[in-house]
Ligand binder design. Structure first.
Ligand SMILES: [Ca+2]
Length: 178
């Protein structure tokens, strides 16, 4: 699953099923003509061809591509139980940083990844959508967003739907995002 920032209003890119998380077009499909600019933080428990080859589970920052610009490898089997994640964007440094804690496996400590991301260069419009999206496919997982919050120093943030009953079926994968 992924937390993302993308165009508003959000729509489903063509051929973005499976491991493309419903966020990125399959770049191998020549029928795709529209590539919505999207920046995402992926919590990925399934290794596809485009994923890092030294790990299965990883936490990645994706910028207009399903291939992560930066990632951190996570232990096998760690995407289980309750987790907490913090996503932060520092405008001055154009840096997107993510911290992930496995609440049920505290001995693992914190995992961090960060990447230089310029939202304007990424093509994101001034009005952007923020939310969650998940993969589809033959392997079933259950992701539950137990709680999340969003803060911005901008004055014009419209909360369209603050009720999140996040239980979409796609491994037990409970995430608290702050
Ligand atoms: Ca994947």
């Amino acid at each position: 699953m992924a937390f993302y920032v993308g165009p508003w209003p959000p729509n489903l890119p063509g051929d973005s099923r499976g491991g493309f998380l419903g966020l990125f077009n399959n770049p191998n499909n020549t029928a795709n003509a529209v590539f919505p600019p999207t920046v995402a933080v992926e919590f990925d428990p399934f290794r596809n061809d485009w994923d890092p080859n030294n790990t299965v589970n990883h936490l990645g920052v994706d910028v207009k591509s399903i291939t992560s610009r930066a990632y951190v490898a996570l232990p096998d089997g760690s995407f289980n139980g309750t987790m907490s994640a913090w996503v932060r964007y520092e405008t001055d440094m154009s840096t997107l940083s993510v911290a992930l804690r496995f609440d049920d496996l505290p001995e693992l400590g914190l995992y961090n990844v960060s990447a230089i991301v310029d939202f304007k260069d990424a093509g994101l419009p001034p009005d952007a959508a923020v939310g969650f999206s998940g993969a589809t496919g033959d392997f079933i997982e259950r992701h539950q967003i137990l709680s999340w919050s969003f803060e911005s120093t901008l004055t014009s943030v419209a909360v369209v739907n603050k009720t999140v009953v996040g239980s979409y079926v796609v491994h037990e994968h409970n995430v608290l995002l702050f």
